[in-house]
Design a protein around this ligand. Structure first.
Ligand code: SF4
Length: 359
């Protein structure tokens, strides 16, 4: 058998281990050593996978599907130490530092000179427009509706207006298409089921399209003066965790609401929302909180005080031998106190599938 042919034979049989002895026979007939070398090498490498060799073989574990357990979030939380001091300090601080929510929050957007029913409806519409939208943008959109809709922002004007026209009025807010539909549908439900007014229960409010618990509790507080629960938005959810007022880093704003309500006295349920929303807009920011200038950084579990070395130029006036006054500059190291954000206690995510427009 020719060399080329025997080589081809090896190639043709390498995929079938049961014919290896035949190959060897054929190779023994040949006069060349090259294919034998190849075969030896192949045998050596294949022998590594045999159980008889001394070297331990590493068995590949079959990868199992990973199950991610959702942590059970408790509804109760123990009253945190120092919470009153922290609350009062933030309240005092907020008097000196204004935030968009102070002038453009949803509770301030309804017109004053309108019947109460209309005012309540305007508050609900403002809340529906506010989700995932900055206060400044929400405020401008509400003002456009108040001034552009024939007869102003009322239940009837919303029922009358074409959905596409409504959408153009609110096009600056997030999810405006969906919100235009939700607001139109809500107006019809309110006319047919609630005598043209907004519901005065959390169940009634959250049954409306696009209205979740946060909007519902805020609407009850602002429109009906009913204090049935805390309105927990992303700011309240985030800051409450950072301050150690709840432990819902793996949970949702609804979990935060339940834990806060388990220990926070009821008279705080309404003011805590604008207090922390404004604090979150200007100081305890989602990214890069200003811990250095925060009034509670010594009590916040999400901040640490560290000493930093900084280089400074020290200036000194000296007089030389010829009586000339000169400035001597010297670089010196100084220890300065700085407060850093640890990034601990950060809520991980907010599930939005159930109620995408509630936050
Ligand atoms: S110390 Fe930092 S994380 Fe803590 S409340 Fe103040 S700004 Fe927020």
């Amino acid at each position: 058998m020719s060399l080329r042919r025997s080589g081809r034979l090896i190639k043709a049989t390498t995929t079938n281990t049961t014919v290896v002895p035949k190959q060897t026979d054929q190779l023994n007939d040949s006069t060349t050593t090259r294919p034998i070398k190849k075969e030896k090498k192949r045998q050596r490498s294949s022998s590594l996978s045999q159980p008889v060799v001394s070297k331990p073989t590493i068995k590949k574990e079959k990868s199992k599907p990973v199950t991610i357990k959702r942590t059970k979030i408790q509804n109760q939380f123990n009253e945190p130490a120092n919470w009153k001091i922290v609350y009062e300090r933030i309240r005092e601080y907020r008097k000196t530092v204004s935030a968009p929510v102070d002038t453009m929050g949803c509770e301030r957007l309804a017109e004053e000179q309108v019947p109460e029913k209309v005012s309540r409806f305007q508050t609900l519409v403002s809340l529906m427009l506010s989700s995932q939208t900055k206060d400044t943008v929400t405020s401008a959109a509400v003002k456009t509706l108040q001034s552009s809709l024939p007869g102003g922002l009322t239940l009837n004007s919303i029922i009358q207006v074409d959905e596409k026209v409504l959408d153009t009025y609110i096009k600056s807010v997030g999810f405006h298409n969906r919100k235009a539909k939700y607001i139109k549908d809500t107006a019809i439900i309110l006319r047919d089921k609630y005598n043209g007014d907004i519901p005065d229960t959390i169940e009634g409010l959250t049954s409306l399209p696009g209205v979740g618990p946060k909007m519902g509790y805020l609407a009850l507080q602002c429109a009906w003066k009913i204090n049935a629960g805390i309105g927990v938005d992303v700011h309240v959810h985030r800051i409450s965790n950072r301050l150690g007022w709840c432990d819902t880093v793996n949970g949702q704003p609804e979990d935060t609401r339940k834990q806060l309500e388990s220990w926070l006295p009821k008279e705080y349920w309404r003011p805590i929302n604008p207090l922390l929303v404004g604090f979150g807009q200007v100081t305890c920011l989602p990214r890069g909180p200003k811990c250095d200038e925060c009034p509670v950084n010594d009590l916040c579990p999400s901040a640490v005080t560290a000493m930093k070395k900084v280089k400074k130029l020290k200036k000194e006036l000296i007089t030389d031998q010829e009586n000339h006054v000169k400035v001597k500059l010297e670089e010196v190291e100084q220890d300065i106190k700085s407060v850093e954000f640890t990034g601990e206690h950060e809520p991980k995510f907010i599930k939005t599938e159930d109620s995408p427009l509630d936050w």
